[in-house]
Design a protein around this ligand. Structure first.
Ligand SMILES: [Zn+2]
Length: 118
């Protein structure tokens, strides 16, 4: 069984939408496959509307240890140069390129700090 959140992730829809359209708190892989292969009208519509638009989910990946997390992207996020878990030290990632100014942004996902060299 997979959770509604995981199902939403794999269908590339929001959790709210999954809930609204009656996807149970836990569904089977077979049910998910069925949704993917024969999407109901609301799902087909959602996918059609989304073509070329911003992703519903982004995969965050730590550049130090490789920890990954799928999250809903926030509008205010800039382009990250690096992402690290908040428990790594800044020395674990390369220094900024010559002439670039480094800034840090915390509160990305559950445990990430974004490093932005600009
Ligand atoms: Zn890490």
């Amino acid at each position: 069984m997979i959770t509604r959140r995981e199902a939403a992730l794999r269908l590339d829809i929001s959790v709210e939408m999954a809930r609204k359209h009656g996807i149970a708190g836990k569904i089977s892989e077979a049910e998910l496959d069925e949704l993917n292969d024969n999407p109901p009208p609301w799902l087909a519509q959602s996918r059609a509307n989304r073509t070329g638009k911003k992703a519903v989910w982004v995969q965050l990946r730590c550049d130090v240890c490789g920890f990954e997390e799928s999250v809903r992207p926030k509008k205010w996020w800039p382009d990250f140069t690096y992402l690290t878990c908040d428990h790594h030290s800044i020395g674990d990632i390369p220094l900024p390129a010559e002439g670039l100014k480094r800034s840090e942004l915390d509160g990305i996902g559950s445990r990430f700090i974004a490093i932005i060299d600009a």
